[in-house]
Design a protein. Structure first.
Lengths: 233, 126
């Protein structure tokens, strides 16, 4: 696997005339966990979709693995959507076999071993699964892809604290953070605090701070939550 | 395992202090293998890169040795561990005395208080 890299230069995205993301430039290089933090409506999802190639920027350049992103970039990127993205009529078993055909880098063994570990019933239809189990299954699919870049939009939203902890553990155990670059957005800052290598703070479509998490703690002597309160206020 | 982090300080430092504690108490014996990066990350609930950094720092200070393809091991050199224990104790006692002096206690008074406390209290583990 190549060394992961994401590069954004002067990226702006407007919905009609309303800017959602404005003039963002940064470069994420190498492996690690990157957290995109910000309030609702601050442009987190738009930013992640731009990185994943699901949206085209109104202006500016987005490059992943040294190439401008397009729909073809999906071979380098696994994207976990915020919305329900699974076919409700499939069972987990069918879903995994489906993905094995769709994504050449998909590891069926890894998916099945994760499903077994989570005690999910592979024959149950997805529409009959609980919300927590659907979220777990979605994550299993994203984590089973052997790609340099993983993009996760709100993997924790709408779940109870115990499930959230479980999901974070699943990510730590199965994402290869020594090889892969994982970008995730969330507003549960205190819960992901210990898991982030790097943070990107968003406000009103602008990136207001981008820094290594440990450096921030060292320099400011305060937690990311406190830093977030300070910079987003 | 109950390991809660103070999010105001770098996590790798706190993890290092925790492991130093284990090494000094010989819960991790000289020459013993440390848990793998991922294992420890899942156990204490942090990012594997943080654990790598902790191991790297500890290796730089010669407390642990990493062997290619095998993992990370506590040093077999007992004097290094003895020195580490001495250094942590020195630092903590230094801080403590400074603190006591700041609230106006003289050295003899500190000693007296310490003896009283020690007598009424059994040894505790971390």
């Amino acid at each position: 696997m190549n060394k992961p890299e994401i590069y954004l230069k002067n990226v702006t995205k407007k919905y009609l005339r309303q800017p959602a993301v404005e003039n963002i430039s940064f470069q994420l290089k190498g492996n690690g966990v990157y957290g995109v933090l910000g309030e609702n409506g601050s442009g987190k999802t738009t930013l992640l979709k731009l990185i994943a190639g699901l949206l085209r920027p109104s202006s500016g350049t987005v490059k992943v693995m040294h190439r401008p992103v397009s729909r073809l970039s999906s071979k380098d990127i696994a994207y976990l959507s915020d919305a329900d993205s699974l076919y409700s009529f499939q069972s987990a078993h069918q879903l995994i076999h489906f993905w094995e055909k769709v994504a050449p880098d998909f590891s069926k063994d890894k998916a099945f071993s994760m499903v077994r570990e989570l005690n999910l019933d592979v024959n149950m239809k997805i529409k009959n699964l609980s919300k927590g189990n659907r979220a777990r299954l979605k994550l299993v699919i994203a984590l089973s892809r052997q790609v340099p870049v993983l993009v996760m939009d709100e993997p924790l939203s709408g779940l109870d604290p115990l499930v959230r902890e479980d999901i974070l553990k699943l990510i730590v155990m199965n994402a290869d953070v020594e090889q892969q670059l994982l970008v995730l957005s969330t507003h549960e800052v205190s819960e992901v605090e210990a898991f982030l290598d790097h943070v990107i703070f968003m406000k009103d479509g602008k990136c207001i701070l981008e820094e290594n998490a440990e450096v921030l703690r060292e320099q400011k002597g305060q937690s990311l939550v406190a830093t977030m309160r300070e910079v987003l206020a | 395992m109950g390991l809660t982090f103070d999010n105001n300080r770098p996590i790798y430092l706190q993890l290092m202090e925790y492991l130093y504690g284990q090494i000094c108490r010989t819960d991790l014996k000289p020459g013993e293998k440390l848990p793998s990066v991922r294992e420890l990350a899942v156990k204490v609930g942090v990012n594997p890169n943080t654990v790598s950094r902790t191991y790297m720092e500890m290796e730089r200070k010669d407390i642990v040795v990493s062997k290619r393809g095998q993992g990370t091991f506590v040093t077999e050199d007992k004097t290094v561990i003895q020195e580490l224990r001495q250094k942590i104790a020195d630092d903590k006692i230094g801080d403590f005395i400074l603190m006591m002096n700041q609230i106006g206690l003289k050295n003899e008074e500190i000693l007296q208080l310490m003896e009283q406390k020690m007598a009424s209290r059994k040894e505790e583990k971390e």
